[in-house]
Design a protein around this ligand. Structure first.
Ligand code: DGJ
Length: 739
C-alpha cells in the first residue's frame, strides 16, 4: 500500500495507494514536500512524479533565492509561513529570535506496519494498516515536524496527523498546528458542511466555495453543533450518486477548524485541525512536543453516497469500540421526557413495570436522581443518590430493575459542577475560571477543570463508586454547556492558552480509564443532544444521543445531515411525546418511531399515561426493534430521496438479504406527484419479495425503474386507481427479502 523510491539526488517520491484512492507526493530538489496527486487509484502511482512539471511563474517572490520557485504556487504537504507562501499555513510558531519564519525541510522517513502512538489522543484502530512517517526539520531553530499518513487495505480513508518537536535549547511558542493540509488542484468546488444549534442539529449547507478563506470552526470547548467537524469539497456537478468529493473530519472533540482557501492560481488548500483561536502551546527546550489530533480524509468519485459509505464502513470497523461495534443495541425506556426532575425510586419502579409491558430491554434513569437535584440549578458534582427520593440508593434500585428482567442505565454529567453543590464548596478552584472575572454560567453550571489530574482522578473515583456495584449496564454521559473563561488554577500564566486542549486530554484519559475498567457497560455520549457528536467521543462511546428534538420531521433532516459521515449504528433515537415538547408538533406513534427505525439504539421516553394510550402500537414497534436489532448493526444506509417534503431511506442488512425502505411525506398535497425510490446496491438479477404481499420484484427493476411512492399493492386500491394517503406527517415502512 505504501511505496517509495529515490528519484535523483536527495529526491524521493512517496505513494499511498489502495483500491479506493492514490495519494502521492515527492521531496523536491529544495527539500520541500511537494504534493502530486490525491484522487482515484493509479496503476503506477510512483510514476506520477516522472511527469510532474512545475509551472514557471513571473512576478513572484522566489523562495530563498530559488529561481522561479514561489511557495505560494506550490502544492505542499505541510506548508509554513514567512518565506514565499502567503496562504494560511499548516502551522505557525514563534522562535527565540521573536519571528515566525520556519522552513522545515525533508530529513528522513519510515514505514510502519500498523500505526504509531498518539500521546493519549484517540485514533482509528490499526488493523490492516500501514503508516508512513516523514520527518522534516528546520535546522536553524531546531524544530522537527513529523507527518504521519495511514492507509488501510480495505477502506477509502486516509488518516493524517502531525507531531512538532523542539530540539533547540530555547522555548518555541506554537501558535497553531493543523493535523493536515491538502493542497488540491483547481476545480469548481462547492463547500458542504453541517451547521446547527440545540434541537436543530446537522443541517446541511452547500455553498459555492468563494475566493479567500472559507472557515468552519468551533471555539465552544466542544466540537459543537454550530459547525460540526466535517467539511466536504464537492465538484459543482457532484450529486448523491456521482461526482468527485474530498471530505474531512477529525478524531477530536474540542475546538476545531476546517478551512478551504482558494489561492491566486485557483488552487485549494484544505486545512483540518485544532482551532487556532484560543490555542497556543509551549514547546519546552530539548524535547517539548505537541501531537495534533488525527484527521480522516475521504476521496470519492461516487458522490455523497460514496463518501458516506466510506465514512460509515470505517467508523464501524475502526472507530466504534469493540466489542460493541458488532453488538445489537438494547431498546430502552428513558425517564427524561416521562418525568423530567419529578422522579423517585417508586416512579422508576413503576416505569420499569411499563418497560416490561412494552417489551423493551432496559430502563434508563436520566437526570434528577442525585443528592438535592430537583431542578437544574443544583447538585452537579455530588454523585450520590438523593437521600429522600432515592433513599435505598442506586445499587438497590439497579438490582430491583434487573430482577424484572431489564437492564439498568444511569445518567451522569461528570464534567460539570453547580456552584450550589458540596463539590464546589469544597473545591471552587476545580472549576474552569480566570482570575478576577465573574464566571459565566450555562444552565446554572460551571465546567470542571479536566486539565487537572486531581479532578480527573476524583471523577473516576465518583463514577467507579457507583459502577462497581456491578448492576449498571449503561451510562448516559451528558455535557450541557459550552465553555467560557477557559483558565486553570493549576497552570502558570504562560500556559493558560493550553487549557482547552489539556481539558480534552484529561477527558480522554478519564473515559479511557472508565471504559477499560467497565468493558461491558454501554456508554452513550450526549451533550445537550448533539453538541459533541464527533469521532473523538465515538472512539470510546459506541453510541451518541443525536438531538433533544425527537419530533420526526426535525429528525429526518438531522439524520440526513448526520449520516453524511456518521453511521446510524451509533446514533440513538427514541419515541418522544406528542405534541412534541420542543416544537409542539403533533404526529402519530408510527411516524415518530419510523423516523428512528434504522438507528441501532432505539427506545421510548414517554409518561405512563402516554404509554397506556398507545400501548399496543408501542409494543408492536418495540417487538419489531428487538427482532431487527441484529439487522441494524453493520448494514448499508442510503438516502434515496431527501427533498424538503419527501424523504425516503433504504437500509440493507449486512448479509444483503433484507432491505428496508422508510418513506415519509411531510405535508400532504392533493393530487401530488409520485416519487420513485430508486433502490441501491441490490443484486441486479436477484428477486425480492415485498413482505406482507405476494409481489416479487427484480433487483434491476427496483434500482433502475424504482418503486413508485407511496407504494400501494393492488389489493389495497379500489379498482386500481391511484391512491395517495391523506394527512400530514405520514410514514410507511416496506420490507423486501431476497429470495
Ligand atoms: C440534555 C440531554 O440531551 C437530555 O437528553 C437529558 O439527558 C437532559 N440533558 C437531562 O438534563
Amino acid at each position: 500500500m505504501i511505496t517509495t523510491k529515490a528519484i535523483g539526488e536527495n529526491q524521493r517520491v512517496f505513494a499511498l495507494s489502495n483500491s479506493h484512492f492514490s495519494y502521492v507526493f515527492r521531496v523536491s530538489p529544495e527539500g520541500i514536500l511537494e504534493h502530486l496527486h490525491y484522487g482515484g487509484t493509479l496503476s503506477s502511482p510512483l510514476e506520477v512524479a516522472a511527469h510532474h512539471r512545475r509551472t514557471q511563474r513571473h512576478a513572484i517572490t522566489e523562495f530563498e533565492g530559488t529561481p522561479h520557485l514561489s511557495l505560494t504556487g506550490l502544492p505542499q504537504e505541510y506548508p509554513s509561513f514567512g518565506t514565499s507562501d502567503y496562504r494560511f499555513p499548516a502551522f505557525q510558531a514563534r522562535n527565540s529570535d521573536g519571528n515566525t519564519v520556519f522552513v522545515p525541510l525533508y530529513k528522513s522517513y519510515r514505514i510502519l506496519d500498523g500505526k504509531s502512538d498518539m500521546d493519549s489522543l484517540p485514533q482509528a484502530r490499526g488493523e490492516g494498516v500501514q503508516t508512513l512517517i516523514v520527518t522534516l526539520e528546520d535546522a536553524l531553530h531546531g524544530l522537527e515536524v513529523e507527518l504521519r499518513y495511514s492507509i488501510w487495505e480495505d477502506f477509502g480513508i486516509l488518516a493524517r496527523s502531525s507531531r512538532l518537536m523542539n530540539h533547540s535549547d530555547a522555548v518555541i511558542h506554537l501558535h497553531h498546528a493543523y493535523s493536515s493540509a491538502l493542497d488540491l488542484p483547481p476545480d469548481d468546488y462547492d463547500a458542504v458542511h453541517l451547521w446547527g444549534t440545540w434541537s436543530r442539529e446537522m443541517n446541511k449547507e452547500r455553498v459555492p466555495l468563494p475566493r479567500g478563506r472559507f472557515v468552519i470552526d468551533s471555539a465552544k470547548g466542544t466540537s459543537s453543533s454550530t459547525h460540526v467537524p466535517f467539511l466536504a469539497l464537492a465538484q459543482k456537478s457532484a450529486s448523491e450518486s456521482r461526482g468527485r468529493i474530498y471530505a474531512s473530519t477529525l478524531v477530536y472533540s474540542g475546538n476545531h477548524s476546517f478551512s478551504a482557501e482558494v489561492g491566486e492560481f485557483d488552487d485549494v488548500r484544505l486545512l483540518a485541525g485544532i482551532n487556532p483561536l484560543g490555542f497556543q502551546w509551549q514547546l519546552s527546550p530539548n524535547g517539548g512536543q505537541f501531537m495534533t489530533p488525527e484527521a480522516l480524509h475521504v476521496f470519492t468519485d461516487q458522490g455523497f453516497r460514496g463518501m458516506s459509505h466510506s465514512f460509515h464502513n470505517f467508523v464501524r470497523a475502526r472507530i466504534t469500540p469493540e466489542p460493541f461495534a458488532a453488538k445489537p443495541r438494547p431498546t430502552y425506556l428513558n425517564t427524561w421526557e416521562a418525568a423530567y426532575f419529578d422522579i423517585d425510586q417508586d416512579k422508576v419502579l413503576l416505569l420499569a413495570d411499563k418497560a416490561v409491558e412494552l417489551g423493551v430491554d432496559m430502563l434508563v434513569v436520566d437526570d434528577g436522581w442525585f443528592k438535592g437535584r430537583e431542578d437544574d440549578t443544583t447538585s452537579l458534582g455530588d454523585w450520590t443518590a438523593d437521600p429522600v427520593r432515592f433513599s435505598k440508593g442506586i445499587p438497590w434500585l439497579a438490582k430491583q430493575v434487573r430482577k424484572k428482567g431489564l437492564k439498568f442505565g444511569l445518567w451522569f454529567e461528570p464534567e460539570m459542577v453547580n456552584p450550589q453543590s458540596d463539590l464546589f464548596k469544597a473545591h471552587p478552584e476545580w472549576a474552569l475560571h480566570v482570575p478576577g472575572r465573574k464566571p459565566s454560567l450555562g444552565r446554572n453550571q460551571l465546567t470542571l477543570d479536566l486539565s487537572r489530574s486531581d479532578v480527573v482522578d476524583h471523577l473516576y473515583g465518583q463514577l467507579d463508586a457507583i459502577l462497581s456495584c456491578g448492576d449498571i449496564d449503561y451510562v448516559k454521559w451528558d455535557m450541557n454547556r459550552n465553555m467560557t473563561e477557559v483558565g486553570s488554577a493549576a497552570l502558570p500564566p504562560d500556559r493558560q492558552q493550553e487549557v482547552g486542549h489539556r481539558y480534552m486530554l484529561g477527558l480522554y484519559a478519564l473515559i479511557d480509564r472508565l471504559t477499560t475498567a467497565y468493558p461491558n457497560v454501554l456508554f452513550e455520549n450526549c451533550a445537550s443532544g448533539g453538541n459533541r457528536m464527533d469521532l473523538g467521543m465515538l472512539s470510546y462511546f459506541p453510541q451518541t444521543w443525536t438531538s433533544d428534538l425527537c419530533d420526526p420531521v426535525g429528525r429526518l433532516s438531522i439524520i440526513n445531515g448526520a449520516s453524511l459521515f456518521l453511521p446510524l449504528d451509533c446514533l440513538a433515537a427514541y419515541v418522544g411525546p406528542s405534541p412534541n415538547h420542543q416544537n409542539g408538533r403533533i404526529t402519530s406513534i408510527d411516524t415518530r418511531f419510523l423516523a428512528g427505525a434504522f438507528n441501532a439504539p432505539r427506545g421510548i421516553s414517554l409518561s405512563e399515561a402516554d404509554i397506556d394510550q398507545d400501548l399496543s402500537r408501542l409494543q408492536h414497534w418495540m417487538a419489531w426493534s428487538k427482532q431487527t436489532a441484529p439487522d441494524m448493526i453493520g448494514g448499508r444506509f442510503d438516502r434515496l430521496i431527501t427533498d424538503d417534503n419527501e424523504v425516503c431511506w433504504q437500509y440493507m442488512t449486512a448479509d444483503r438479504v433484507t432491505v428496508y425502505l422508510a418513506y415519509f411525506s411531510i405535508l400532504s398535497h392533493p393530487n401530488a406527484p409520485f416519487w420513485r425510490a430508486r433502490m441501491q446496491g441490490l443484486e441486479r438479477l436477484g428477486d425480492y419479495r415485498l413482505e406482507g404481499t405476494d409481489q416479487i420484484f427484480r433487483g434491476d427493476a427496483l434500482m433502475e425503474s424504482g418503486l413508485p411512492l407511496p407504494y400501494v399493492t393492488t389489493s389495497q386500491t379500489s379498482a386500481n386507481v391511484d391512491y395517495m394517503p391523506k394527512g400530514d406527517f405520514s410514514a410507511a415502512l416496506m420490507t423486501f427479502r431476497k429470495l
